[in-house]
Design a binder for this molecule. Structure first.
Ligand code: C2E
Ligand code: MG
Ligand code: MG
Ligand code: MG
Length: 287
């Protein structure tokens, strides 16, 4: 316990005096314990993927986003909002991210072999620390090759803050993967700090409108203005646009009215199993 307090005090910088209340102490202890559990959880296959549909205006499925879940032996399901930051701090995000990518590509390869699902794309979240690895590009290419997943159906989701970290490095890696057909979506778009100059340089294929704007669409004219601006921006940069967190029919209509025709959200499907996803309505295949 004393070690932890010391560690925290050091972390908070020199010349800073920090006091610890029992709650803070408890939360640090919990964090350390959870991190340890995550390490074993990864080895013991307590992680799994759920899939959330991405649909067109007819509600027909175009693809999915893979969302990782952790089934903790004592705490039950732990949210990625809780354990992804932990994994990032501890470096566990590297093996975890590799596992996610591999599992997602295996699924993509399975779909690619079934005529009825061969068109489905799969989006995978990538964290900053993963992208910064010098061999990130090679890891993705190896995984595609090993699993037999078609690169054109893989979409990597990145966030603005992650890209701002070292834009040139990110751009170089994205371009290398884009050459092989891999697409990139800018996740939670509108909540970060990207300048328009960056957006122009990034080899993206899609902007993903953050759920916070979608949530306020019906009540706030300003949210509508932002959505409209993002759609226009996407159009003029030649990018696709998708809205996340679509929960109501009103939101869907407002999005459609403002030019956004691809959606993800509870209105269409909750993150679920492959089986749940596979029974969703499909776009009519060209005859
Ligand atoms: P995200 O990438 O922005 O994913 C969207 C989140 O919104 C997911 O939460 C999803 O379940 C939730 N969501 C979907 N539709 C709705 C809706 O209609 N309403 C509301 N309120 N929420 C909706 P989830 O699965 O808990 O994931 C949270 C975050 O954790 C993700 O946000 C992503 O940043 C991160 N994450 C998840 N899986 C991975 C992964 O494999 N690797 C990495 N690095 N991060 C991941
Ligand atoms: Mg995402
Ligand atoms: Mg998102
Ligand atoms: Mg989000």
């Amino acid at each position: 316990h004393a070690d932890l307090a010391m560690y925290q005090a050091k972390e908070s910088g020199r010349n800073t005096v920090r006091f610890f209340n029992p709650q803070m102490h408890e939360s640090i202890v919990k964090r350390v314990a959870l991190e340890k559990d995550l390490r074993t959880g990864l080895e013991r296959q307590q992680l799994f993927l759920l899939y959330q549909a991405q649909v067109n205006t007819h509600g027909h499925i175009l693809g999915a986003e893979a969302l990782v879940r952790w089934n903790h032996p004592r705490h039950g399901l732990v949210s990625p909002n809780e354990f992804i930051p932990l994994a990032e701090d501890s470096g566990l995000i590297l093996p975890l991210g590799q596992w996610v990518l591999h599992a997602a590509c295996e699924q993509l390869a399975r779909w690619a072999q079934e005529p009825t699902h061969a068109h489905l794309t799969l989006a995978v979240n990538v964290s900053g620390r993963q992208l910064r690895q010098p061999d990130f590009v090679q890891q993705v290419l190896d995984t595609l090759k090993k699993t037999g997943a078609p690169p054109q159906l893989l979409k990597l989701e990145l966030t603005e803050s992650l890209l701002l970290d070292n834009p040139q490095d990110a751009i170089t890696k994205m371009m290398a993967l884009k050459k092989h057909g891999v697409g990139f979506s800018l996740d939670d778009f509108g909540t970060g700090y990207s300048s328009l100059a960056y957006l122009r340089r990034l080899p993206l294929s899609q902007l993903k409108i953050d759920g916070s704007f979608v949530r306020d669409l019906v009540s706030e004219p300003r949210a509508v203005a932002i959505v409209r601006t993002i759609v226009t921006l996407a159009d003029s940069l030649g990018l696709q646009v998708i809205a996340e967190g679509v929960e109501t029919q009103e939101q869907r209509e407002s999005l459609a009215h403002n030019g956004c025709h691809t959606y993800q959200g509870y209105l269409f499907s909750r993150p679920g199993t492959v089986q749940e996803l596979e029974i969703m309505p499909q776009p009519r295949l060209p005859t």
